[in-house]
Design a binder for this molecule. Sequence first.
Ligand code: ZN
Ligand code: ZN
Length: 740
Amino acid sequence: MIARVVTDLALDRIFDYIIPEDLLPVIRTGSRVTVPFGNSTREGFVLEVTRFSTCEKLKSLTGPAPGGANLPEKLLELGCWMADYYCCTQEQAIRTLLPGAVRSGKVKPKMRKFCTAADAAAVQSFLSLHSGQKAFAGRCEILRMLLESGGTAMDELVHFYNFSTSSIGTLVRNGLVRVEEREVLRRNAHSGRVTLPGKPQDPTPDQARALAVVDDMLADRIPRKSILLHGVTNSGKTEVYLQAIAKVLALGKSAIVLVPEISLTPQTVSRFRARFGDRLSILHSGLSDGERFDEWFRLQRGEASIAVGARSALFAPCADLGLIVVDEEHESSYKQSEAPRYSARDVAVMRGKLENALVILGSATPSCESMLNAKNGKYHLIELKNQARNQAPPAIRVIDQRAYGPPEPGKSTFFSPPLIDAVKSRMERHEQVILFLNRRGYARVMLCDACGYEARCPDCSVSYTYSRQRQTLECHFCGGVIAAPEVCPQCGDPKIRYSGVGTEKIEAAAHAVFGPARIARMDSDTMRSAADYEETLGKFQRGDIDILIGTQMIAKGLHFPEVTLVGIINADAGLAMPDFRAEERTFQLITQVAGRAGRGDLPGEVLIQTCKPENETIRCASELDFEGFMNFDMEAREVMKYPPYSHLILVHFRGEDEDLVRVFASDFSRRLEAFAGEGVRLRGPAPAPIDRIKGKYRYMTMIFGEKLGIIRRALRQMTLHEKAPDGVDVFVDVDAQSLL
Ligand SMILES: [Zn+2]
Ligand SMILES: [Zn+2]
């Protein structure tokens, strides 16, 4: 028999090897094997076992890779589809399926020495002979304890029960105690936590309707389709997920729940843990290699049957998968920005199809892509229109910031008078406030009024952001940092000023305006670790913080019943982005932030400050009019034939020599045009909106079209199997989310 093997080298090629007779029983699709490759050996995965090969001279594979985990066959199939669809090499796709810790074979299971009583009869006679004898007291006690417990870890006997290692050693030598190595799980941040068990809540009529559809699909009474669960904020989507998972578990199947990394909060986790206890496996970015290794095998062996995590949890090796939930399906963070540039939401739908598992995509603001799929009947749309606890939606007021002049330093007009009054009244009533601005740092730009100099990162075509706390100018694209100058670097004039606004500046202004209030800031500058995040959220939860200021980090998934006011500082900030999704993102963000107000018994209020109150997106968001917004945005996209009315592939060209990049990009795009079938439009190459990052020039070509299969195949060939000139990087982003 022949094994078709994909090696660890990113060659996008498959190599055939003979399977030696004695290995036939152990080698199957998905096996990790070692193979001779040139003069060395390599590891790889068996993609297929077949009888025939077109190659003439075949070598034999060496054997199963030591310590390597095999891939479930269906996952392997998913990987091959990803390689094809997202134009990456087979190797890149397959690497994504397995965590490095599992793939490498370097991490080993953690072993622990366990002591048990060796021979009951011998132990009993030892006890009856020596009980009461002082010299044997310790040894008798150890034996009694081991009989009673059925076995205890050696280190526990020593450190916890204070038995001496020499007594244990003597018992072992005398054949009374047996020591064996057992595999144990590493303790991770979630394993030690005690959570009170939680019971399912009585479903609301909306939730009951949704769950009935899940039942019908599980029982194949209606055709299985991906479910799009559109539920307004606070409508209880999570409860639907939890009960749907319970149904699937009852059938003996497993489930995967994807959440954006940012919403993998202690709050979310404890809700799942309360319902499912140890059947849960939390896959978060803070796991060590060893912990990740343990969780992977726990899921593969079926000891855990629910994987909860961000993007990559989609590839959890759950056997007999019954359900995949993608929460906040519209989140752009489900798209990976490095190869393979896959969308976890879309791959989830594909995995569901391959493994016949139900897929639920949930959101308060579903993406245009998913809404169109629902409209076309590809997805089954379920709406949760009412808030779960009969709360009123928050009252929303739009404040025309133009009436109060531009936000300038010294004038403190980041806060309009209505917002100041609203915050102060909350402070008097001891209620909590969230102030939102989707921009970190202090000021956006450093300007010199004397010569017009603007401080920009020399390697990226973007302005520096000023941090007052650190007295630095920072580039948010390459991470470059320089000391903030005291005089203009160009003309030496000391009258430099900083304009624009970031969360750091809002925090400073809030201290000035709201005096004694306890204020905290939550953005990627202040939240350097998961512990920072948890600490600040804990303080806010306990009421030790009055005003929480933050970026989109505070927009999602948080539930603080005492928050009665949300202030959105500059609602139109995102609208100016050169991206056809700018409106959609702005709408989603405002809706999400607004949803943080009034989640408890007290009514919530949201103040939206904007310089564009007449803008359709702002208007729809302020009226919580999702349908109105969809009609408006989808119509605009249909006219322009933008996604979801077409697919979009971006081809990126990057390099330090601008001429070289531009010329190559033009040649490449001209060749590509030959493969553009009917209705396929190529645009560019043109400089990307941010045309230089880390000293590299950036060009891109956009490809729009309903059917891009042919051009995608051409792109695979041209990017993976042809060599670009030295100094030029080319890569493909299928279904691109970011146009920058
Ligand atoms: Zn100057
Ligand atoms: Zn930079």
